[in-house]
Design a protein around this ligand. Structure first.
Ligand code: NDP
Ligand code: X2W
Length: 342
């Protein structure tokens, strides 16, 4: 299959390119970049791909649709809100790693991303591809979930779908490495500021809050809100989402663990580790989400520890998982990855 990739100069795009190069169903990859006016060689555009002279083409929707069977967008917010209607109108398959087509409500997108949304008619047609819980098979436009949203929703799903917790008691303390912020340095991602430091950011205004609420409400309409906080930690890759919730009066610890076991027993990319709490390094380099839980009878609180690699399960890995589902390939194809060691 011939695939297109837009965003090769970004972190998620680079990692996605590496995955697609090793995917058995991918026969060719056309790379496109919006800044080019004529074709260039990859190692001229992204020097880290030293010696790779694959052409990178100027961005052109018509050429993408004519010369490929699917396109991956690993682009900044605001790009696909503009171009998605063209692909949807043509019925051309898209896997979009950005947040542009995740929210169904135009006003919510404007509020949380501070950019104009795609028209509601097109937002309604996109599929929210939380790949471990819903299949993208035969969809046209897949909105790949956000990195924090992936770790947090996979950690919450067994509790919320089975109505095991008090709906208004969810508190999430999520931590991310710096690659989550993309390649463009800012004062808070500068080495001097990140190293030996922890920084809480976007307090109560993180753009994944509406995305998570949209999914949680679908699972259980009683969830009124979540308290969600994000911290930048001095690592390159990885997210740990630490989730707390009050357990409902009639629910036992065994019922909690059974819900996690049942939800994830057939899922190749989610490992439920029970009381063995996973750390970030277990998943970095892989498409896995590892989830552990601990129940505290004193406070009647369950703590869920959900970890992922933000660039794989949180972006490029889940995009390939969605690609496999979309075209009915084996779900694990191209994703048999080992954690980075030591
Ligand atoms: N990093 C992560 O862990 C995750 C990222 N995401 C999302 O995936 C997307 C990519 O993230 P990431 O790789 O980190 O971001 P980067 O900032 O590292 O890269 C952004 C990419 O978008 C391209 N781009 C910017 N503006 C345009 C435009 N107008 N038209 C076409 N391409 C454009 C850039 O090209 P150029 O360099 O030429 O400007 C670059 O290739 C973002 O939407 C991000 O929110 C989602 C989950 C996790
Ligand atoms: C560390 C860091 O800054 N992480 C980014 C990750 C968000 C992201 O990439 O998601 P979208 O696709 O929804 O923009 C953030 O918190 O905004």
């Amino acid at each position: 299959m011939q695939v297109a990739l837009v965003g090769i100069t970004g972190y998620a795009g680079m990692v996605l390119y590496q995955l697609l190069q090793n995917h058995p169903a991918v026969s060719g990859i056309n790379l496109y970049d919006h800044k080019l006016t004529k074709a260039s060689e990859l190692d001229q555009v992204v020097p880290i791909f030293n010696g790779n002279q694959t052409p990178v083409w100027p961005y052109d929707d018509d050429a993408i649709i004519k010369d490929n069977q699917v396109v991956f967008f690993a682009t900044s917010a605001g790009v696909t809100a503009k171009v998605a209607p063209k692909y949807l109108a043509a019925g051309f398959p898209v896997i979009d790693l950005s947040g542009d087509m995740r929210l169904k409500n135009e006003r919510q997108y404007l509020k949380w991303y501070n950019k104009p949304a795609a028209p509601a008619k097109f937002l309604r047609q996109s599929h929210y591809g939380l790949a471990d819980l819903v299949s993208a098979k035969a969809q046209t436009y897949v909105a790949n979930p956000g990195c924090y949203a992936t770790a947090t929703l996979l950690g919450l799903a067994p509790l919320v779908q089975n109505n095991l917790i008090e709906p208004d008691s969810i508190i999430v303390d999520a931590k991310s490495g710096t690659t989550g912020a993309g390649k463009t340095p800012t004062p808070s991602t500068h080495f001097t500021q990140v190293d030996e430091n922890l920084q809480i950011y976007k307090a109560n205004r993180h753009q994944h809050i509406p995305e998570m609420m949209q999914a949680l409400k679908r699972w259980n309409e009683q969830i009124p809100a979540i308290q969600f906080m994000t911290t930048l930690v001095p690592i390159r890759r990885g997210i740990m989402s630490t989730i707390y919730a009050k357990v409902r009066a009639d629910i036992t610890e065994q019922m909690l663990t059974e819900a996690f076991t049942q939800t994830y027993q057939d899922k190749p990319f989610v490992s439920y580790t029970g009381n063995q709490l996973p750390d970030i390094k277990q998943t970095v380099g892989t498409n896995q989400c590892a989830i552990g839980t601990v129940y505290n009878p004193v406070t009647n609180t369950v703590m869920v520890d959900s970890v992922i690699d933000n660039l794989l399960k949180g972006a490029a890995g889940q995009a390939v998982q969605n690609f496999n589902q979309l075209f009915d390939f084996k779900e694990t194809q191209g994703l048999k990855l080992q954690p980075f060691l030591p």
